[in-house]
Design a protein around this ligand. Structure first.
Ligand code: AMP
Length: 430
């Protein structure tokens, strides 16, 4: 037999990494609870058509696509938004709005593997359906801010833009939707010259070039400059005012590090309004991103429903925390090992371990049949907290030897007193 490795771009997450991921998932769920989001679990495999119709060429070309045994063309989800939009246009279509939906799980993209870029990665994804008001856009940024702040991350910056500004200018200048998609995709990849080449009208090219070229640190100034550039395009002007209002709402709510980038675009085709990403200076890739998509639910046959969402890249957030030397604190239960001194006491020892588990105490039984000394060494190595040694003499007194592995101290204790002794000593561990 050959020796097997993981498929390229896929990772095993061993104890420390899986604990870290679970810590992030726990925190994301806490944020969901704080902001009133209900969690849903959707399938990893979805119809290809659903995932591809509005996702944009970039994501389309990176999907894991295959035919199932029933000859259906399916794909592994590259993101959550399409699945949630499917739900809201079908099973949840009559639910009162607003609908706040949280999903956490793995997503799949055939990206080139490198630091912070994997083919299977984790996201916590928040969608807010039914409101077209700027306070719902602001909520996405504010909950992301809260999430990162609670984790202890420093120096992160939100970058916001508005697809509506760019699309309205292009539409007014009669640039077809397909070409608009291609222009925004190039801009997303920062291939600005290639993006501009796709625009035939000189006038339009100059306006878009002007927006891309704007680089002013002061947000109020840059907003004025954008307004100046797009003043003849009524709807683009409205879009700029909308961005201004979202910026004002989030900064007034205490989220200070928000910059505006007029040339910022995102490859996903379903965006219609505000778009944003969040970064830290140490890492040149986004930790999360989102935006408004007011037409997707209609495209899926649902009632017209404005919507906005954000996806947090949990692997990258984990990486960012590591770069800033921040550990995720999580509660962990005390771990106990139970060791019978001899073969004949196995049954009694098992009975004790079952009753401890019945009290909710994680208990590992010595299944290797080792002598006490060797079993204790192993318990030490695996960082257990206590060992319970079941010996004949103590058992006659309905007692066992209770050993604190860290302190290397032991006492004889009544079996009935074990749960009280062990529980209540939960530790906080990084
Ligand atoms: P997107 O839907 O592309 O905006 O992705 C949302 C977030 O997922 C990004 O901001 C990243 O943090 C994360 N992400 C995207 N692609 C990858 C990848 N290949 N590996 C790890 N994280 C990713």
């Amino acid at each position: 037999m050959p020796t097997f490795k993981t498929v390229r771009g896929m990772r095993d997450l061993l104890l420390e990494e899986s604990q870290k991921l679970n810590g992030l998932v726990e925190k994301a769920r806490k944020i969901g609870e704080l902001y009133g989001y209900m969690e849903v679990v959707t399938p990893i495999v979805e119809p290809y058509e659903l995932l591809s119709v509005k996702s944009g060429d970039e994501i389309r070309s990176r999907m894991f696509v295959f035919e199932d045994l029933g000859h259906r063309k399916v794909a592994l989800r590259p993101e959550f938004t399409s699945s949630i939009a499917r739900l809201v246009s079908t099973d949840l279509k009559n639910e009162p709005k607003p609908l706040r939906i949280l999903s956490v799980g793995s997503v799949y993209r055939y990206d080139e593997p490198q630091r912070g870029r994997y083919r299977e990665f984790w996201q916590s994804n928040f969608e807010l359906m039914g409101s077209n008001r700027p306070e719902s856009d602001a909520e996405m940024i504010l909950l992301t801010d809260k999430f990162l702040k609670e984790l202890g991350l420093r120096d992160y910056v939100f970058k916001i833009g508005h697809v509506g500004i760019l699309r309205e200018v292009l539409t007014s200048e009669k640039v077809k939707e397909k070409t608009q998609d291609a222009v925004l995709l190039r801009m997303d990849k920062k291939e600005y010259a290639e993006a501009l080449e796709l625009i035939e009208s000189k006038n339009c090219r100059e306006v878009i070039q002007g927006l891309i070229g704007l680089s002013i640190d002061s947000v109020p100034q840059i907003l004025n400059e954008i307004k100046e550039q797009v003043k003849i395009y009524e709807k683009a002007l409205r879009a700029t005012e909308n961005m201004e209002e979202v910026w004002r709402l989030v900064t007034e709510s205490g989220c200070k590090e928000v910059i505006v980038d007029a040339g910022f675009a995102r490859g996903l085709e379903y965006y219609t309004g505000i778009i944003f990403e969040v970064y830290i200076p140490e890492l040149d890739i986004a930790l999360g991103g989102g935006g408004r998509y007011d037409k997707l639910i209609e495209v899926f046959g649902g009632k017209p429903t404005p919507a906005v969402g954000v996806a947090h890249g949990l692997d990258r957030i984990g990486l960012a925390l590591q770069m800033q030397n921040i550990t995720i604190k999580s509660k962990r239960k005390i771990r106990v090992v139970i060791i019978p001194v001899m073969e004949e006491l196995k049954g009694e020892a098992l009975k004790i371990s079952q009753s401890l588990r019945g009290e909710g105490i994680p208990t590992e039984f010595e299944v290797m049949g080792r002598k006490v000394g060797r079993a204790l060494e192993d318990a030490d190595r695996r960082k257990a907290d206590y060992a319970i040694i079941v010996g004949e003499r103590e058992l006659k007194e309905k007692s066992v030897v209770f050993r604190d592995l860290a302190k290397r101290e032991q006492t004889v204790i009544k079996i009935r007193d074990l749960p009280k002794k062990i529980s209540g000593s939960e530790k906080i561990e990084s």
